[in-house]
Every structure is written in structure tokens, then in C-alpha cells.
Design a protein around this ligand. Structure first.
Ligand code: SAH
Ligand code: SF4
Ligand code: F3S
Length: 463
């Protein structure tokens, strides 16, 4: 694996930026980064914000009035892309009124050739379009464009991992920590392997150094990120798998929690479940997408596991950790799916009793095999199935919530409650509990007893 130090390549541009920015704007310019999609994108945006701060920009939440506006986009469903086209369209008017404004599109949507071409032709006010493989070159792109270069379109692929990029983290106690990039699974509906490239893992020493730094800075909740964390280390010259990595991060001294996502059922092992059970800092939460409960549909999806294998994994997790929270992703209305297939999904949902679900209606993505498959169900039918799934899960969530009344939980206070005088905290699973408190509680672990579950979970603090 070729490694590149970001500073070596980009430091020259960064060092020249303050002078250039002063010449162009005559003041400290502002930058607004707008992020769509999954946590991987949120994490990438934190790194691009880090570079922007190093270049001399001040960050802003408002696109209107910002000197640089960066859209970090998602391509996983059609809806995600439609929103971006709408929002970029609106920027045309802002830019007319704002001389020196630079607009950029990056991320998974931008990585597609068709999107690049559309931007070139129909969005002349978008200055920079760059893909997921070259985000570390943001200083270079900005420097060149601000010095008068033509619009830049750069979506080349590379299998490099770039270390050393500065990070501007959005949260004060919760942090994202990418451990790998890309995906090799090619589930037949999914665009991610095409826009994120081949799977590649960061070196353990880089991950552990970043985790230690986070703990030293007071972060209390660290989420390890990858499209398929269970294949961490595959094909690498170091000898450490994901279970081993969890144990190493767990051994870092300090009071903090470790979370991770996402796990693919085909690669989730008993060794990993053992590590989760043994590591006291690892949250008792497993996000294990099953997508469909029908073996026929799973095979069309190229998921490479069966319903039976999935259920045996769930049982293995529950038997090791009876208090584990389980969550999942489900696709409704995959091409060829019938009501009989969908009923298999419903019955799996009832059998497992997930804490919560992320449910999606199939969206055909250009270039994926599923986009060519014949669809039998109508939009209305899919809508009805989707509602039935939500209702089924709602009953399960209510039942699980009723079971927690009277129990004590250790929460990390990470937000304000919905009412004045209330604060909110996450359990080691997925629940959020509200209790009496104030902002001095933020970032602290607090034990609460659950009193009632209405539209929110209410509790009383014990200490
Ligand atoms: N790597 C992760 C998830 C990536 S995308 C994993 O394998 O679980 C997040 C979720 O979006 C997927 O789990 C799937 O449920 C959903 N998804 C992906 N492509 C989709 C599509 N074309 N239509 C609808 N949902 C999709
Ligand atoms: Fe997409 Fe499948 Fe890879 Fe997840 S594992 S990112 S669903 S191809
Ligand atoms: Fe979307 Fe890219 Fe994530 S397609 S879901 S932002 S990896």
C-alpha cells in the first residue's frame, strides 16, 4: 500500500494561501462546508475543514455570504443527488451578488463521470469538481482557481491512503475515526464501490495514534468507520484484523467508549463478538444490515449470506451480550421482490427485535447491476410494504422501550434536552435519555434511572 504524507504534497500551496487570500479578498475569507450522506462523508468533511482552517479561512454555517462553498455529496440514492442539484442551482444567484465566491462539488456524487460532465456543461458557476480520491488536494485546487486557472475537474482514482491531514472536528466529545476506505463487496444495488474505490485499511499505528490523541483531548465517544469494518486488514502487510484492532484501542487508558460501523454479515465473526464481549469500552451495539429476509432476494443482491446465517450471528451476539442493541438497514422493493419475499423481511424483523431500523425504498443507481433488473412491484405496492414495515418496527420499539423503565443506565451527556432544564445523553446502546441538568454536564458520563417512556425517554439522575 502506497502511503503519502499530505503535507509533503500540499504544504507549498498552503504556505502560499494566506498571501493569495489577502490579495483576493483583503480580509479573512469564510468557508462553508455542506455535507450529505454517511459518517464517512462527515469525517471527510472534518478533514477538509481542517485544511481550510490551515489555509486561513474562517468556517461558517451559512452558504449565502461565504467566500467558499463546498458541497460534499452522497450518491447512494437518487433522492440524495436531487437535493444537491436543487441546492447548487440556488447558488447561482448568490454568486452573482458575491464577487470572488468559489463553489465546489466533491464526494461520492462528484466521483461519477456523468455528474462531472453535467457540471461542466450545465453549471458554469461551479468552479471545482473533485472526487473522493483526491480530497487531500483541496489546497492545490483552491490555490490554482484563485490564481486564475480555468475550472478544475479532477475525478481520477488512486488507491493511496493519505495520512497527516489536519482535522477540524465538529463535536467536542464525540469523534469519527476512519479505519479503512472503499468497498470490495459490490452488492448489486450499491454505488459505493464505484465511487469510493477498492477497500484499503489504514495502518494500525496511525489509527491508534489518532485514537490516543482523541482520548488525550477529552473525547469520550469514538466511532471507528469503514464500509465493512469486519474486513479491516485484509490483504495488508500487517497482521491485525478488526477484532484485534478493537482490543488494541480498548487497551488505551481513559474513560471513553468505542463504537464502530458498518459490519457486513458475511464477514462478521465469532472472534469479533468475543472481542466485543471482552472489551469493556466497546459499546454494546451492533449495526448489522441484513437488507432483506428472503434468501432469493439476498442472492440477487449479491450479499453472500443467507437468512439462516444472519440469524445464527444474531443469536451468537445475543448469547454473549444479552443486553446488546441491534440495528439494521433494510431495502424494500428490490427488483423482483414480491410480497412473499417482503413477508420474510417482516418476519425477520419480528424475530430479532431491533432497537431501530434504517429503511429505504430501492433506488436504481446507474452502472449497478440491479438498475438493469426487472422490477415487478409498483411504486404504490412498495409504499404500502414500507409503511407495514415501519408499523411493525414501531410496535417492537415500544415494547423494547417499556422494558427499560426502572433500569439504570450510564449515559454520555451530549446534548440539550427538549425542555428547559433538561439535558440528554446516549446509553452505550442507541437510546437517548433526558434528565435534569445543565450545560456543565456536557461531555460527562452520568448514571440515570429510566422513569417513563413517552415521545422521549425520561430519567432521574443517580449521580
Ligand atoms: N456499507 C454499509 C452501508 C452503505 S450504504 C453496508 O454495507 O451496510 C447504507 C445503506 O443504504 C445500505 O445498507 C442500504 O440499505 C442502503 N442502500 C444502498 N444502496 C441503495 C439503493 N440503491 N437503494 C436503496 N437503498 C440503498
Ligand atoms: Fe454498498 Fe454492499 Fe459495500 Fe455496503 S457492503 S457499501 S451495501 S457494496
Ligand atoms: Fe453516500 Fe458515499 Fe456514504 S454514496 S452513503 S456518502 S460512502
Amino acid at each position: 500500500m502506497e502511503l503519502l504524507d499530505y503535507k509533503e504534497e500540499q504544504k507549498i500551496y498552503i504556505s502560499r494561501m494566506p498571501e493569495l487570500l489577502n490579495r483576493v479578498y483583503g480580509r479573512t475569507p469564510t468557508a462553508c462546508v455542506i455535507t450529505y450522506g454517511c459518517q464517512q462523508n462527515v469525517s471527510d468533511s472534518e478533514r477538509m475543514k481542517g485544511m481550510l482552517c490551515e489555509m486561513g479561512y474562517t468556517l461558517s454555517d451559512e452558504a449565502e455570504g461565504s467566500d467558499f462553498v463546498l458541497y460534499n455529496t452522497c450518491a447512494v440514492r437518487g433522492h440524495a443527488e436531487d437535493r444537491v442539484y436543487g441546492n447548487i442551482g440556488a447558488m447561482k444567484h448568490y454568486k452573482r451578488r458575491h464577487s470572488g465566491m468559489i463553489i465546489a462539488l466533491c464526494g461520492c456524487m462528484a466521483q461519477q463521470e456523468s455528474v462531472k460532465e453535467r457540471m461542466k456543461k450545465s453549471y458554469p458557476y461551479v468552479d471545482l469538481v473533485f472526487g473522493t480520491h483526491v480530497q487531500y488536494r483541496l489546497p492545490e485546487f483552491l490555490y490554482k482557481r484563485l490564481s486564475g486557472s480555468p475550472r478544475i475537474f479532477e475525478i481520477g482514482e488512486s488507491e493511496k491512503i493519505v495520512e497527516g491531514i489536519p482535522v477540524h472536528r465538529d463535536g467536542d466529545f464525540k469523534a469519527w475515526l476512519p479505519i479503512m476506505y472503499g468497498c470490495n463487496n459490490f452488492c448489486s444495488y450499491c454505488i459505493v464501490p464505484y465511487v469510493r474505490g477498492r477497500e484499503r485499511s489504514r495502518r494500525p499505528e496511525d489509527i491508534i495514534a489518532e485514537a490516543k490523541e482523541l482520548v488525550a483531548k477529552g473525547y469520550k465517544d469514538i466511532t471507528l468507520l469503514g464500509q465493512n469494518v469486519n474486513s479491516y486488514g485484509a490483504g495488508c502487510d500487517f497482521n491485525l484484523n478488526f477484532a484485534g484492532l478493537l482490543r488494541k484501542i480498548n487497551a488505551i487508558e481513559g474513560d471513553f467508549r468505542i463504537r464502530f460501523m458498518t459490519s457486513h454479515p458475511k464477514d462478521c465473526t465469532e472472534e469479533l463478538l468475543d472481542a466485543m464481549r471482552d472489551c469493556e469500552k466497546v459499546a454494546r451495539h451492533l449495526h448489522l444490515p441484513f437488507q432483506s429476509g428472503s434468501d432469493r432476494i439476498l442472492s440477487l443482491m449479491n450479499r453472500r449470506y443467507t437468512r439462516e446465517k444472519y440469524l445464527s450471528l444474531i443469536n451468537a451476539a445475543k448469547s454473549r451480550m444479552p443486553d446488546i442493541s441491534l440495528t439494521s438497514d433494510i431495502i424494500v422493493g428490490f427488483p423482483g421482490e414480491t410480497y412473499e419475499d417482503f413477508k420474510e423481511t417482516l418476519s425477520l424483523v419480528k424475530e430479532v427485535e431491533f432497537s431501530s431500523l434504517f429503511t429505504f425504498i430501492f433506488s436504481p443507481r446507474n452502472g449497478t447491476p440491479a438498475a438493469q433488473m426487472e422490477d415487478v412491484a409498483t411504486r404504490e405496492e412498495k409504499g404500502k410494504w414500507f409503511d407495514e414495515l415501519l408499523k411493525t418496527q414501531d410496535i417492537i420499539s415500544k415494547k423494547l422501550n417499556a422494558d427499560i423503565v426502572g433500569k439504570n443506565y450510564r449515559v454520555l451527556c451530549d446534548d440539550y434536552g427538549r425542555k428547559e432544564g433538561k439535558m440528554a445523553g446516549h446509553t452505550v446502546g442507541t437510546a437517548v435519555i433526558e434528565f435534569d441538568g445543565d450545560e456543565t454536564d456536557l461531555g460527562k458520563f452520568i448514571t440515570v434511572r429510566v422513569d417513563a417512556v413517552t415521545s422521549v425517554i425520561e430519567g432521574t439522575r443517580i449521580n
